[in-house]
Design a protein around this ligand. Structure first.
Ligand SMILES: [Zn+2]
Length: 254
C-alpha cells in the first residue's frame, strides 16, 4: 500500500496569504504545505482521506487517475471544501462513495445541497454515494478493512482511520483509552502536530511526541503543521528517531 501526502499544512496552508513570516517566505519546497490530506492506493484501489480546498491541485500533482472513495475525518472546511472537484472522477466513474460520521454527511448535504439533490439536478453537478461511518464498526474499502478511530478535536468527535498497519489521525487533541487500544503494532502512524505552543483543539509538538511514545509505532509522520512550527529542515533535526515531519508529495510504501 502506498500513502501519498497530498497536503500537510494546517487550515490556512503554508504560505499563508499575505504573510511575511520567514517560513511563509521560505524557498524550500518542504516548507510549502497544502491543506491536509493523503491519497492511499494499492493494486487497483484508490482512496483519499479528506478533500480540502486544494483537492484539485493535489489530484493534478499526484497524477491520481481514479478515485474509489473519500474517507472524511470531520466537516471543517480545510478537510471538505474541495468536494465539487470530484467532477472529473464522477464523469468517468459515476457516483463517488463518501464515508463519514452521520454528522459530517449531514453537514456536507447542507453545504453542497446541489450534489445531494436527486430531482432537477443540474447536469454538470457530481453525485456521491454517502456511507455512514459508525465507531467500532470497521468497513470495507476495496479488499481492505478500515477501522474508525474516534478522537477528540477539542469538543468535536473526529474519525481517524486504521488500514492494515497504517493509521491516520488528524486534528486530535485528546483520545480515549478504548481508542488507543486500536492502535497497537502499527508500522506507520500519521498524526497531527500543529506547532510548539499549546492549542485548544490540536496536539502541539510535545503532546504529539508523548502520544507517539505511548503508541510505539515503528515510524511516525507528523502532519497538519502551522508555519509557526518553524522551517522543515530545523524542526526535523529536533525530532526523535523514527519520527519525521511529513511534507507535501512525500510518498511512502507500507
Ligand atoms: Zn484541520
Amino acid at each position: 500500500m502506498n500513502v501519498y501526502f497530498l497536503g500537510t499544512g494546517t487550515s490556512q496552508g503554508i504560505p499563508v496569504i499575505g504573510s511575511n513570516h520567514s517560513v511563509c517566505q521560505s524557498t524550500d519546497l518542504k516548507d510549502k504545505r497544502l491543506r491536509v490530506s493523503v491519497w492511499i492506493h494499492w493494486e487497483n484501489h484508490s482512496y483519499v482521506i479528506d478533500c480540502g480546498p486544494d483537492f484539485r491541485q493535489q489530484m493534478l500533482v499526484s497524477n491520481c487517475q481514479k478515485l474509489d472513495g473519500i474517507l472524511y475525518t470531520h466537516e471543517h472546511s480545510d478537510h471538505t471544501a474541495g468536494l465539487d472537484d470530484i467532477r472529473p472522477f464522477f464523469f468517468k466513474q459515476g457516483d463517488i462513495p463518501i464515508y463519514g460520521h452521520q454528522r459530517v454527511l449531514a453537514n456536507l448535504k447542507l453545504r453542497f445541497d446541489y450534489i445531494f439533490q436527486i430531482e432537477n439536478k443540474y447536469p454538470g453537478a457530481p453525485s456521491v454515494h454517502p456511507i455512514e461511518v459508525v465507531n467500532n464498526h470497521p468497513f470495507q474499502i476495496g479488499n481492505k478493512r478500515a477501522i474508525p478511530i474516534n478522537v477528540m478535536h477539542g469538543k468535536l468527535p473526529v474519525f481517524g482511520y486504521r488500514i492494515d498497519d497504517f493509521a491516520y489521525l488528524t486534528d486530535v487533541k485528546t483520545i480515549d483509552e478504548s481508542e488507543i487500544s486500536k492502535l497497537k503494532n502499527l508500522k506507520v502512524l500519521v498524526v497531527n502536530a500543529l506547532r510548539e505552543e499549546v492549542h485548544h483543539s490540536h496536539f502541539n509538538l510535545s503532546e504529539a511526541l508523548d502520544f507517539i511514545n505511548l503508541i510505539q509505532p515503528e515510524k511516525t509522520y507528523l502532519t497538519h503543521i502551522s508555519h509557526i512550527m518553524g522551517f522543515h529542515e530545523q524542526v526535523q533535526q529536533k525530532l526523535p528517531k523514527n519520527v519525521y515531519l511529513a511534507y507535501d508529495n512525500l510518498e511512502i510504501t507500507i
